[in-house]
Design a protein around this ligand. Structure first.
Ligand code: ADP
Ligand code: 5GP
Length: 187
């Protein structure tokens, strides 16, 4: 693997509700040659989520087996569930010279920085904490307990945003997309 190929490994991190999924979906629609890594998780599917498309939904036992079998490039515990990146598809994309995007939380992004220092790591920031809370609530898919957990984790994640190569504020969506495109496609 050359450093050039690893520059096509893009890590996108940011607090829950900041709009990572929205940004990534728009990017993939506009640039079909970008590939998104599909993570494994032990959390329950949200309404509308499809197994194998949004996530691979695994039992705790199966997730722990995947860890033991070294099938995950990185994994972390987040708000009471496991999340991890299946290793084989990412390595295959890198070896094929393709762009591959990982949308993962802070601990996972730190692990990737250790494994692949040449990866481009982008942190998506909300315009404010109040706006972040409003977006999580408007999405309407989290319980009060889960919202509180996510907001508490968000504050810690935002405090670490300067560890990342790039920071983008997702205020105006078009503007945030344009900035992401610049980061991904510049050398
Ligand atoms: P994440 O994947 O980071 O958890 P989502 O993509 O699910 O976040 O977005 C959370 C909510 O915020 C969604 O309802 C989405 O429509 C909304 N949203 C995303 N980006 C913006 C933006 N720039 N301005 C206003 N609302 C946004
Ligand atoms: P959600 O439950 O909102 O889909 O995701 C919760 C958090 O887990 C988000 O910050 C998301 O980026 C992160 N996440 C999703 N997949 C992975 C993964 O494979 N690894 C890690 N470390 N985090 C992930």
């Amino acid at each position: 693997m050359s450093a050039n190929q690893l520059g096509k490994l893009i890590v996108i991190t940011g607090p829950s509700g900041v709009g990572k999924g929205t940004l990534v979906n728009l990017l993939l629609q506009a640039h079909p040659h970008l590939k998104l890594s599909i993570s494994a998780t032990t959390r329950q599917p949200r309404p509308g989520e499809v197994a194998g498309v949004n996530y691979f939904f695994l039992s705790k036992k199966d997730f722990e087996a995947a860890i033991l079998n070294r099938e995950l490039l990185e994994w972390a515990e987040y708000a009471g569930n496991y999340y991890g990146t299946p290793k084989a598809p990412v390595i295959e994309q890198i070896n094929s010279g393709n762009y591959i995007i990982l949308e993962i939380e802070l601990e996972g992004a730190r692990s990737i920085a250790n494994i692949f220092p040449e990866a481009k790591r982008v942190f998506i920031l909300p315009p404010s904490i109040d706006e972040l809370e409003a977006r999580i609530r408007d999405r309407g898919t989290n319980s009060e307990e889960s919202i509180a957990k996510r907001l508490s984790i968000a504050k810690k994640e935002i405090a670490a945003s300067n560890e990342f190569d790039f920071q983008i504020v997702n205020d105006d969506l078009d503007n945030a997309i344009a900035q992401l495109e610049t980061v991904i496609f510049k050398d």
